[in-house]
Design a protein around this ligand. Structure first.
Ligand code: GLC
Length: 754
């Protein structure tokens, strides 16, 4: 009796607390709404439009500044209260300077938002997001974003333009480095974790910053992987692949959304009412505000959708783009558009209320300088705890692709190790792209990491990767001809027992505006690899790249391949600890690696087609010169441990929740972590379903010889899909289910959804 009494009391207490919490938040929201409406009533039309205007800081440019943009005009507008937010302002002092102008010199003193691309860290850099996504570790990902927010807020930033949740299947696109790969289920979980990390749990804290999920929507489907290119996708792809991570972001209470450069069904996203009003603010009831991407407003002229900047302003505002970044369209034309009745004042008021509400939620009206604490800037930047977290995330992001004869891990007493490759001695490329706030050459290089761990190494560059130093907005100039240092490297390899080759891409060969038509090792690196292989086959290939690469020759010849991506500040230490066994790799790729660029776009959750083959004659879906399968499939990654799956059990007796059980044994002598993945395939449906869809995963630590049983639950949420009307439907019928170590390897079963 006593036990029941205690439980009941606890339950009552829980219900009471929940009710109270909901009550408090409702009261807070009402209080904020009252303040917003009171302030709005005082504002002139110019001041309202000012809130909808965001200018780039006067120090840094991350996109093409409009032809007519200039700092003098920006300052004038700043003093007149015609600016609601700025971006790329660096340092607490500069932030304070601008905030003081706006708070003290404008009529209403409405504080600014300070935006910045805090993508994978601010000063302390974490692995590029594509790398971190391979950890499948939501807690670690959230922590990385939390630390990024702490450092960004310490330098005055209160708004990050992240997470980028654009699903993509095309490694030619440079921005694959910025997302979480090809799967919407995993991408949704990761995006929500990043938002929770950036925004924290309490906006009154000066380490919480607002997140901005981007780019809404479809940007990752740029045709031919060419950045900013046309996007033309089907309805089912839109609803089932592209939109889910954005919906998950809204459900995770993301405060802002950034629209995208591309068209969707022929209408630029910035001027797309269907996306911004019908879906985002309508169906999903999004309460935050939408910011345009850099200049995406005026780009509607180039798209052929607006005849001039004035019409661009009209189209964007009416379509639900609340704030204009660096088009100058709102600040120049909205007033006359409202006066001419082309844009209703209600559209302006709705946008301004959304923006003001977030400024109140951030506490900026109570203390506009809450993010301007110079002491915090000194204390928190590059804090030891942040460095440690960066190292941990880096270790969790390294994918072991091949380990023939268990050549890895190396023993620390290993002698005669050669290290070859320009990237081994590079302290910049490992930082990756999208790191405007950080400091150049601050990564621990691979060479430094190997020395830190006490490895007995000798280094030879082998070849330059680039022909000249490259600064941020420039094209990387790859060395395509100079092989003058091959001889020295070959000589070293000949007399070495093991050769660690660090090859891949320069940090700025991926990222925005950095698409490639090839997915090979850039420059003369493939030739270098083959030249070394000729004299020493004991090669450990460490890849450092921002996208999947087509490394078919390496996979056929090189015994060990480690995908180390661009791991941020602690790159060298993470790689060294993995090569020498202090870190047991557990990561799994979140984007398929193609055998050749000709297979792209290539992804695991494809449809079966009407001619899946294989057939004896040619009339089935295949190539004459390559197999269909990727080199490495989504979800693939090895460990120093060995995991055995057995005993798949399915309980579909409860139509509301199908239970799937599997047993995993670590048959090795090394404790390790396994990312078990669950995939479904609905055999027959009103819209064809992918041959596989990730609908569950569990990252589990299993000691040597230990066995664990995992349970996965499948509810309507996992089994349903969006029909072509955009409605979520669940259809009865037979499902294949697979639980395993990758999207291509696991135990299979079937169940019936009643
Ligand atoms: C860029 C990017 C966007 C970024 C913005 C501000 O062009 O497309 O992701 O947040 O401009 O830098």
């Amino acid at each position: 009796m006593k036990f029941q009494f205690v439980t009941k009391t606890k339950l009552l207490l829980l219900l009471l607390c929940t009710h109270l919490a909901l009550n408090i938040s409702a009261q807070t929201n009402n209080a904020i709404d009252t303040k917003v409406n009171t302030l709005l009533a005082k504002m002139t039309l110019e001041e309202k439009i000012g809130q909808m205007n965001q200018y780039n800081g006067f120090w840094e440019v991350t996109g093409p500044t409009p032809k007519e943009g200039n700092a003098k005009e920006k300052y004038d507008h700043l003093k007149k209260g015609m600016v609601g937010a700025v971006l790329n302002v660096k340092g607490v002092e500069n932030v304070r300077k601008l905030q003081e102008i706006v708070v003290n010199e404008t009529r209403l003193g409405i504080p600014l938002l300070f935006g910045f691309d805090v993508i994978h860290g601010h000063k302390t850099l974490f692995p590029i997001p594509l790398a971190s996504s391979c950890s499948w570790d939501l807690e670690a990902i959230e922590k990385s974003s939390r630390i990024a927010a702490i450092e960004a807020s310490a330098v005055g930033i209160n708004w990050t333009f992240a997470p980028m949740v654009d699903i993509t299947r095309d490694a030619r696109w440079g921005r694959v480095m910025e997302g979480a790969g090809e799967d919407p289920y995993l991408g949704s979980k990761i995006g929500a974790a990043q938002i929770k990390g950036f925004q924290g749990t309490d906006f009154s804290s000066n380490s919480s910053i607002i997140a901005c999920v981007k780019h809404f929507a479809g940007y990752g489907f740029a045709e031919a992987g060419r950045d900013y290119n046309t996007v033309d996708v089907g309805t089912s792809t839109l609803y089932n692949i592209i939109l889910p991570p954005f919906k998950a972001a809204v459900e995770a209470d993301v405060k802002t959304v950034m629209n995208s450069f591309n068209v969707l069904n022929g209408i630029p996203a910035t001027g797309n009412k269907f996306l911004q009003r019908d879906i985002l603010k309508g169906k999903w009831n999004f309460k935050g505000f939408v910011v345009s991407d850099w200049g995406s407003g005026y780009e509607m002229i180039d798209h052929g959708y607006a005849k001039n900047l004035k019409q661009a302003a009209e189209l964007a505002a009416n379509a639900g783009s609340d704030m204009d970044m660096e088009s100058y369209s709102y600040v120049r034309h909205l007033k006359e558009l409202v006066e001419a009745g082309k844009v209703d004042i209600a559209v302006i008021d709705d946008a301004v209320k959304r923006i003001l509400r977030i400024k109140y939620e951030l506490g900026l009206f109570d203390n506009p300088y809450k993010y301007c604490d110079a002491k915090r800037e000194k204390e928190l930047i590059y804090h030891a705890d942040h460095i440690a977290a960066s190292l941990d995330m880096a270790k969790k992001s390294i994918v072991l692709l091949k380990n023939e004869n268990n050549l890895l891990p190396l023993v620390k007493t290993q002698k005669n190790i050669a290290v070859i490759g320009a990237l081994a001695n590079d302290k910049n490329s490992p930082l990756g792209s999208w790191r405007i706030g950080s400091d150049d050459n601050t990564a621990i290089s691979v060479l430094e990491g190997l020395k830190n761990i006490g490895a007995n190494i000798t280094y030879a560059k082998g070849a330059e990767l680039i022909t000249a130093p490259t600064s941020f907005p420039e094209e990387v100039k790859v060395n395509e001809t100079d092989k003058s240092e091959f001889t020295a490297a070959i000589k070293l390899a000949k007399k070495s027992d093991v050769v660690i080759m660090v090859l891949g891409e320069h940090g700025f060969q991926s990222g925005e505006g950095r698409s490639r038509t090839k997915l090979d090792l850039p420059g003369v690196q493939q030739q270098l690899l083959e030249a070394i292989y000729k004299v020493n086959k004991n090669i450990v290939l460490v890849l450092m790249n921002g996208r999947p690469l087509a490394i078919t020759w390496a996979n056929e010849h090189i015994p060990v391949i480690v995908e180390a991506w661009q791991l941020g500040s602690q790159t060298g230490n993470a790689i060294a600890s993995t090569l020498f066994g202090d870190n047991n790799p557990s990561a799994k790729i979140t984007m398929s690696f193609p055998r050749s660029v000709g297979q792209v776009p290539i992804y695991y959750n494809h449809y079966n087609t009407g001619r899946p083959g294989p057939k004896s004659e040619v009339f089935w879906s295949h190539y004459g010169d390559e197999i269909n399968q990727p080199l490495y499939p989504f979800g693939y990654g090895l460990s120093y441990s060995k995991f055995e799956y057995s005993n798949l059990k399915i309980d579909d007796s409860n139509p509301q929740k199908v239970k799937i059980f599997v047993t995993i044994k670590n048959t090795s002598t090394i404790a390790g972590e396994e990312i078990a993945q669950l995939y479904i395939h609905q055999k027959i449906a009103s819209i064809v379903r992918p041959v596989k869809e990730l609908k569950g995963f569990s990252k589990v630590k299993i000691n040597a010889g230990e066995t664990k049983e995992l349970e996965f639950d499948l509810t309507d949420k996992e089994l349903g899909f969006y029909n072509n009307e955009g409605n979520f439907v669940v259809e009865a019928g037979a499902f294949d289910v697979m639980v395993g170590t990758s999207s291509e390897q696991g135990l299979v079963g079937v169940f019936n959804k009643k």
